[in-house]
Structures are given as structure tokens and as C-alpha cells.
Write a protein that binds this ligand. Structure first.
Ligand code: GLY
Length: 379
């Protein structure tokens, strides 16, 4: 991104990075290679989701560690990232609990390791995960099915963030099949999930026999037809990434359309993130993860547009990040989790509502490093 931060924003981002380094090192010292999700009583525990080693968020802590390793070269970050990657071999071999989120899980672990260190064992794990994702492709409907059991035709907006595993595998092996599947899925999602106003459904149920769109239920948002903010964020970032890897402008246009919708909604709420942009005013529920993912997506768009456009996207990302940090961040190094007020789903239990969630910290850190020009693209 050629966007020049104004001095005040640069000073702020540098200060946040120093605080992240202090707090994340303190967390590392307590972790003992656990795989965190949501801290309870200020402490992360190992895999307390009920879905254990298969849980979709299990790559984010290693991803955060690789980002910090890349930025600082401190071995403590690398050592823990490598240890968690090895633990995830149980999931890679176990197969049945896995679904489309193998992208989130292995881009942040093995592919990141391979990109930064050239580890061939990590490359093998990444290609194995890419083949699992490719195995979920429906060639008639031209989509990657999201979930298991009888949900054969279900696609969800989140999958856009898993496609970079296929883009990587195509480049890595020279085999265009992965690219074809990713592009075909992105085209299907663009037509079936993104609405004309730039908002996004979470789910579209397609006929697994024909690809016809049958229904768009609510998913993790408030209700059918509402607007789950994390889903909007996946749309902004996911389509921007598809443009980066394919050069196809219609993906960037879709990302921009989703971004304009997101920016308008954030601006209406002091740049703070509601869980759903189309939900009742009360109870007021926040999801900081939607904010920091949106910020990363807006910064990705800013990196792909010309100098007269980038200020809209980068400037909005900075407003979102500064508002969230001021309202929700916890810098107490004795407590696990930086970015508070993350919400797993609109109707989730209170213990998963307005709490720190590991991917909130991942995307917050990625966004800060992007602002400082010191990130590496994990996607
Ligand atoms: N990918 C699932 C979620 O965003 O909650």
C-alpha cells in the first residue's frame, strides 16, 4: 500500500505494536502450546469448544505468532507456532471433523511456516489441506460445500477466506485445477450470496444437483435478510483477495461494493461494530471481530486501488481500528486476550457474546502490521 499514514496515526500504530509485543509475549509465557479460543476468567484454556482439534479457529493463534515472528524475529513466537502446527496433524489425519475451514487452519500454520522458513514438511501439510478443500468442490453447481452431514448444497460467505489456500496450491504446484475451483466458487458466491446493495447473506442453500439457489437462511446473523457484520467483513476481505490472486476486476468491484456498505454502517455507529447491521436497536450487541476483519479487508482494497481512491478505504480502516481499540482493548498483560467484545453469533450463549475471541486478536494484529508496512500476507 502506498498510502501515507498521517503522523498521528503512525505514532498510534507504532505504540499499539509495542503494546501487542509486550502482551503477546506475556501470553506466550503462559500458554505451554495450548490452542486458545475464548479466555475464561482472564485465561486461555486448551480447546474448550467441544469440537476440540477440528475447531475452525485453531489456526489463528499460530497465525498471530507467525505475524509477530515475522515482525520481530523473536524465536518464542516461532517455537509456539511450530508446536501448535504439529498438534494439528491429528486433525489433518482425522479428516471427519474437518470442513471448508481447512483454509483458516492451515494457511495460518503450515503455509505460513513454509512461506517464512521454507519448511518442506509444512508445504506437504498445506498441500494436503488444499486437496481436502478441493475435494469439497461440486462441479455441477460450481461451488465448494461449506459444512458436512446432509448440507450438500450449502455455501457460506466465510469460504471466500479459505480460497487463498487453493490459489496458493495452484501457484505452488503449477496445477490450474485449484485455481479453477476457487474462481468458480467465487463466481457462484458473487451471484448467490452478495445482494444488490452490497450486503451479504451468510448462507445460500443451492441444489447440489443443479446449483440453483433455493434459500438464504439467517446463519449467524439476527434473521433471514439481516446483515451479520462478520459475514460482511468476510465478503470485503475475501473478494479483495480473490482479485489479488486472479486479477479479475469483478472481484475487486464486489469487494468495493461490500466495503461501501460496511463503511456506511460503521459510520452510522461511531465506527463501532454491531453484530448485525439490520437488527433491533436493543439489546445493543457488539462484535469487534467484524470490525478488525473489515479493517484488514479495507486495507487490502486500498493496496489494489490508485492513489485517488485509497484514502477512502485506508482512512475508514484506521477510524474503525482506533475506535475499537479505544472502546474494547484490554492491555493488562496479566489477562489473556487483547480485543474485547467479540461475538461468535447473534443468538449465541452469553459466554460467547461480547468476549475476547482469538481471531479478533489475529486480525487486529494483522491490521496494525499492515498499517506499519510490516505484515506478511498469510492469505
Ligand atoms: N467462519 C465462522 C465464523 O465467522 O464464525
Amino acid at each position: 500500500m502506498s498510502y501515507q499514514l498521517i503522523k498521528d496515526d503512525k505514532t498510534w500504530a507504532e505504540g499499539i505494536f509495542q503494546k501487542l509485543n509486550i502482551k503477546l509475549k506475556a501470553e506466550c509465557a503462559r500458554m505451554e502450546n495450548i490452542i486458545p479460543y475464548i479466555p475464561r476468567d482472564g485465561r486461555y484454556h486448551d480447546l474448550d469448544t467441544g469440537e476440540g482439534i477440528y475447531w475452525w479457529t485453531n489456526g489463528f493463534w499460530p497465525g498471530l505468532l507467525w505475524q509477530m515472528y515475522q515482525a520481530t524475529k523473536h524465536e518464542v513466537y516461532r517455537n509456539q507456532a511450530e508446536a501448535v502446527e504439529k498438534r494439528l496433524d491429528e486433525a489433518l489425519a482425522g479428516y471427519e471433523g474437518l470442513h471448508h475451514d481447512v483454509g483458516f487452519m492451515w494457511l495460518h500454520t503450515s503455509v505460513a511456516n513454509y512461506r517464512l522458513t521454507g519448511n518442506r514438511e509444512s508445504r506437504r501439510r498445506g498441500l494436503h489441506a488444499a486437496n481436502l478443500l478441493a475435494g469439497r468442490y461440486n462441479p455441477v453447481g460450481r461451488f465448494i460445500r461449506a459444512w458436512n452431514e446432509d448440507r450438500r448444497g450449502w455455501i457460506i460467505i466465510d469460504t471466500m477466506m479459505n480460497l487463498p489456500l487453493l490459489y496458493w496450491a495452484s501457484r505452488e504446484t503449477g496445477d490450474p485445477r485449484f485455481l479453477f475451483m476457487a474462481e468458480n466458487h467465487a463466481d457462484t458466491a458473487m451471484n448467490a450470496i452478495i445482494r444488490p446493495d452490497g450486503s451479504s447473506n451468510h448462507i445460500a442453500i443451492l441444489s447440489p444437483d443443479t446449483g440453483e439457489c433455493l434459500e438464504t437462511p439467517a446463519g449467524q446473523g439476527y434473521a433471514p435478510g439481516s446483515s451479520w457484520s462478520r459475514g460482511q467483513a468476510w465478503a470485503v476481505y475475501g473478494f479483495a483477495l480473490s482479485c489479488r490472486y486472479t486479477g479479475r476486476k469483478q472481484y475487486l468491484d464486489t469487494a468495493k461494493k461490500a466495503a461501501h456498505y460496511v463503511i456506511a454502517n460503521f459510520a452510522q455507529n461511531n465506527w463501532l461494530p454491531l453484530v448485525d447491521f439490520r437488527s433491533p436497536k436493543e439489546p445493543l450487541k457488539y462484535d469487534a471481530t467484524a470490525a478488525v476483519i473489515s479493517a484488514c479487508g479495507l486495507l487490502e482494497i486500498a493496496s489494489q486501488v490508485g492513489e485517488y481512491e485509497e484514502a477512502l478505504y485506508a482512512g475508514s480502516a484506521i477510524k474503525i481500528l482506533r475506535a475499537c481499540e479505544k472502546a474494547f482493548a484490554d492491555w493488562d498483560a496479566e489477562k489473556d486476550g487483547v480485543m474485547g467484545k467479540g461475538t461468535a453469533a447473534y443468538h449465541d450463549s452469553s459466554e460467547n457474546t461480547e468476549v475476547p475471541i482469538i481471531y479478533g486478536d489475529y486480525f487486529f494484529t494483522e491490521a496494525i502490521l499492515r498499517l506499519l508496512g510490516n505484515d506478511f500476507l498469510i492469505w
